[in-house]
Design a protein around this ligand. Structure first.
Ligand code: 5GP
Ligand code: SF4
Ligand code: MG
Length: 460
């Protein structure tokens, strides 16, 4: 999911949020929403679909106020329906509160049982709802917004980057492991108006300047008194999802002081060092494989040529919830260039193989467009374990690399050769240690303990 928040009295906060969400659309395409606070009054609008399908000028004009939060949703828990769209709103002793969540809790059921017992009417089926009800419970028991939120956060386990709006101000939160990203920006050279966004591309689009990351286990409270930072968790560690860097986040977003485009080039360069093969052309599977393919071409000196064109108006195929939608999505999306491919030995580079469905169909299409050899190179290691922290890599039995060797995968996908980037190679490109990331989908080493009942549901 994508989350966004803004505190900017005097600005059209709804419109700025709209553009922020527009830039974060890649993080979720099922639903989107905006909530604004006008004093104690809340205005909210949310619906299924893409940001630009949901909001019109008229709707945005109705969303008045000095602060706002927004959300683009990609469902990992809870079904894909309108009731699950965010921001969620709950009424409390101190007025309404709105919340946007990116990530996935691992103790949802425990929290749900506790909250049901305290008479909340749980309306949706999401883990995000548990967080906002936990905040409401703390506030109703006498806490103020800041302390109530911190109290609630201590009950949450799992991945959560949050933007929360109250009548008084905007709160940004990252979980103690910092699994999902969240950054702070400002609209001013002398900051008084602040912005929160999942990625820096959400700041760029509204001309906001990046200030800093919200750190793991940190909370930001933005009010008329300015911005205050709190370490709400005593044992924070850096466990940023490495898949954000490899694939999920936009290439023009900055992480660790460089664009992810530059990072992904390096992945491709490393991949070429590890597994060069003779061929006539190399290209990336649009869009996610492109930077790594350019890096691969730079090192291997094999020509980069576009062999496949993407319809840019189709969403990410894996985000649609059913397998049949996913498969028809792929046909809608990519079209091979016959005259480029005819008689050529090609290398195709992609960021990852998850289920193998995209790759298999694609290779077939490339061969029927005339490619005589197809070599596939993947700029990350095999995905062998499911994600419990907010990226829907599904249950383990659906992960092709959990069940098959690289040779078997090559056969199933129909390529002449297949190589993944090694674990060591991937790590080397980050310039950091393996302790600085979550990379559980490649190793099974989950930094946040997964309860047994949740494991059973996704692991074989
Ligand atoms: P596959 O061949 O596994 O069906 O699809 C792999 C391609 O789709 C890659 O280009 C990757 O960008 C994207 N992809 C598909 N599903 C997922 C998913 O669940 N998680 C992630 N991170 N990427 C996916
Ligand atoms: Fe990211 Fe994989 Fe960890 Fe999930 S399991 S948070 S996708 S690195
Ligand atoms: Mg892709």
């Amino acid at each position: 999911c994508g989350v966004f928040g803004i505190y900017a009295p005097g600005e059209d906060v709804a419109k700025l949020t709209y553009f922020g969400l527009y830039a974060l659309q890649h993080r979720g395409q099922e639903s989107a929403g905006i909530a604004t606070f006008d004093g104690s009054e809340v205005h909210v609008y949310k619906d299924m679909g893409l940001v630009n399908q949901i909001f019109s000028e008229d709707i945005l004009e109705g969303l008045t106020g000095k602060l706002a939060i927004g959300h683009t949703r990609y469902s990992t828990t809870g079904s894909s329906r309108k009731a699950n769209a965010q921001p969620s709103i709950v009424n409390t002793r101190l007025g309404k509160v709105a919340l946007s969540h990116n990530g996935n809790l691992v103790n949802t059921w425990k929290l749900r049982n506790e909250l049901v017992n305290s008479n909340f009417n749980l309306v949706t089926s999401t883990d995000s709802e548990m967080i906002i009800f936990a905040i409401a419970e703390a506030v109703n028991n006498g806490a103020d917004w800041l302390n109530g939120t911190i109290e609630a956060l201590h009950r949450c386990q799992g991945a959560f980057s949050l933007a929360i709006a109250t009548p008084e101000g905007v709160i940004g939160v990252r979980d103690p492991y910092g699994i999902r990203p969240l950054v702070i920006g400002t609209l001013d050279s002398n900051p008084t108006r602040y912005v929160l966004a999942s990625e820096t591309c959400g700041l760029d689009i509204i001309g906001a300047k990046y200030l800093q990351d919200v750190k793991p286990g940190e909370l930001v409270w933005i009010t008329e008194d300015g911005l205050s930072l709190y370490n709400w968790s005593q044992n924070s560690q850096n466990k940023l999802c490495i898949f954000e860097m490899i694939y999920f986040a936009r290439p023009d977003s900055m992480m660790n002081n460089e664009s992810l485009y530059t990072y992904r080039l390096r992945l491709g360069r490393e991949l070429a060092v590890e597994s060069k093969v003779d061929a006539d052309i190399v290209f990336g599977i649009p869009d996610s494989g492109v930077p790594a393919a350019i890096g691969f071409s730079q090192v291997s000196k094999i020509h980069y040529a576009e062999g496949i064109i993407k319809n840019r108006y189709v969403g990410r195929t894996f985000i649609q919830p059913t397998q049949s939608m996913r498969e028809s999505g792929i046909r809608m999306k990519l079209n091979p260039l016959k005259d480029v491919l005819e008689g050529k030995r090609i290398i195709i580079v992609d960021d990852s193989i998850v289920r193998g469905t995209t790759s298999r169909k694609l290779v077939k299409a490339l061969r029927s467009a005339g490619a005589i050899e197809v070599h596939m190179r993947i700029s990350s290691p095999p995905v062998t374990h499911p994600c419990f922290y907010g990226i829907d890599t599904d249950t383990q039995d659906q992960l092709i690399a959990a069940n098959k060797s690289t040779k078997e995968i090559a056969e199933q996908i129909g390529v002449d050769s297949l190589n993944y980037l090694s674990w060591e190679g991937m790590l080397k490109t980050t310039g950091k240690s393996s302790n600085d990331f979550c990379s559980a989908c490649f190793t099974g080493d989950y930094p946040i303990k997964i309860p047994e009942n949740m494991k059973r549901y996704k692991l074989m």
